[in-house]
Ligand binder design. Structure first.
Ligand SMILES: NC(=O)c1ccc[n+]([C@@H]2O[C@H](COP(=O)([O-])OP(=O)(O)OC[C@H]3O[C@@H](n4cnc5c(N)ncnc54)[C@H](O)[C@@H]3O)[C@@H](O)[C@H]2O)c1
Length: 365
């Protein structure tokens, strides 16, 4: 079975879907791996390392003419034109609901496994790319905030004077939020955090941060570890109750989101105007509209003296580790998808496993 690893062409994308280490393991299982020349260079994995691992280097067309195409980012129409009919695509689809591009792959008899449809179950944890990449985003977002804040994050006592620790507020204590809390704590900040799901309180405390408790009159706990959308009244209560906590913050890292819903507004313009000049907001929900209405996706702007970072691809700023985690997620997924026989790996029925069945894109009827 041929696996293709193309160069990612989305502007700013530096990750690659597989690394030499993982390629070596897949070759050991009987796969034939074709890597587009230069695919791993920006992530720190040169062509020579893939060759040493046993892969064959190829051009773009060669990397697409395969049984199993592994990508990080959503393909575009020109990618789909190069894909082999009857093949299988695995990657992030970055879409919700109706998707013309996925429909065009299905029309070409290409099966599509969307990595964001991975169920959040314990068995699927080692294959969960949204989590592995969000973890990296939470870490890198905190470093971005620290670098852009004109003061220290930790308490500093020096012969030239002392500085108080920065007050960091993290909104949303899911995967990215918990890593942002942990990173800000490691940097010595005074960290406060809030999530609408009550079970996150213990996790916030266990990382040494202080939970912000709000009484919204309803629970935000939803299904499968996700939050549920609040009523309009509860949203208004939430904004009002958070405003004093947020206005006191020097750094806010926001990560609140319910998949396939617009990001909830948690940091209003009135709050930004009350923040101390020089403060920093990193809005990880920027791609979905942002948790702050002043956020501009893919830009860093200054409003009311506050720097607002709306970068939408933090994992691409840690490309070697982000690619390594993603590659391992894919390898763990491939392991449950194939049987290793005498004649090499054979694809199982993807509808028979709850993980692959949940990930398979279906033609809408
Ligand atoms: N900018 C980037 O580079 C980048 C990279 C990866 C992920 N992300 C984004 O980061 C965000 C978080 O990702 P994740 O994997 O941690 O998701 P997650 O589902 O694990 O966490 C989101 C958290 O937000 C909470 N939440 C939802 N609505 C809320 C509300 N109204 N108030 C408070 N909390 C609320 C949820 O309970 C959940 O704990 C998403 O928007 C994701 O798209 C951005």
């Amino acid at each position: 079975m041929k696996i293709g690893i193309p160069l990612e062409t989305r502007p700013g994308e530096t990750r690659v879907a597989s690394t030499p280490d993982v390629v070596k393991k897949l070759i050991g299982k009987g796969f034939d791996i074709l890597v587009e020349s230069g695919a791993g260079t920006r992530a720190g994995y040169p062509d020579a390392e893939y060759e040493q691992a046993g892969a064959r280097l190829t051009d773009r067309a060669g990397a697409y003419d395969v049984d199993l195409l592994l990508k990080v980012r959503r393909p575009d129409e020109s990618d789909v034109a190069q894909m082999r009919s009857g093949g299988l695509f695995i990657g992030l689809l970055e879409s919700c609901g109706e998707d013309a591009l996925v429909a065009s792959m299905l029309a070409k008899n290409i099966r599509v496994l969307g990595m964001e449809r991975m169920p959040r179950t314990s068995r699927a944890q080692s294959m969960d790319a949204l989590s592995s990449q969000s973890n990296i985003a939470g870490y890198r977002a905190t470093l971005e905030a620290a670098a852009r804040y004109g003061r220290f994050l930790p308490m500093m006592m020096t012969s030239a004077g002392s500085a108080k620790p920065a007050r960091v507020v993290v909104l949303g204590a899911g995967v990215a939020g918990l890593q942002a809390i942990a990173t800000a704590r490691r940097l010595g900040a005074d960290v406060h955090a809030y999530d609408v799901r009550p079970e996150t309180r213990e996790q916030i405390l266990s990382l040494g941060a202080k939970p912000i408790d709000l009484d919204l009159g309803e629970s935000g706990a939803g299904e499968g570890g996700y939050a549920k959308e609040l009523s309009d009244e509860a949203k208004a209560r939430q904004q009002a109750a958070l405003s004093d906590e947020l206005a006191k913050a020097h750094v806010i890292i926001t990560t609140a989101l319910i998949p396939c819903r617009p990001a909830p507004v948690l940091v209003t313009e009135a709050v930004v105007a009350r923040m101390r000049p020089g403060s920093v907001i990193v809005d990880l929900a920027a791609a979905n509209g942002g948790n702050c209405p002043l956020t501009v996706a893919d830009e860093i702007v200054e409003r009311h003296g506050v720097t607002i970072v709306g970068l939408t691809n933090f994992p691409a700023l840690v490309p070697a580790d982000a690619s390594a985690f993603y590659a391992r997620n894919l390898m763990n997924l491939i392991e449950i998808m194939v049987e290793l026989g005498e004649s090499g790996p054979q694809l199982k029925n993807l509808d028979e496993d709850d993980i692959t069945a949940a990930m398979l894109a279906r033609a809408s009827v």
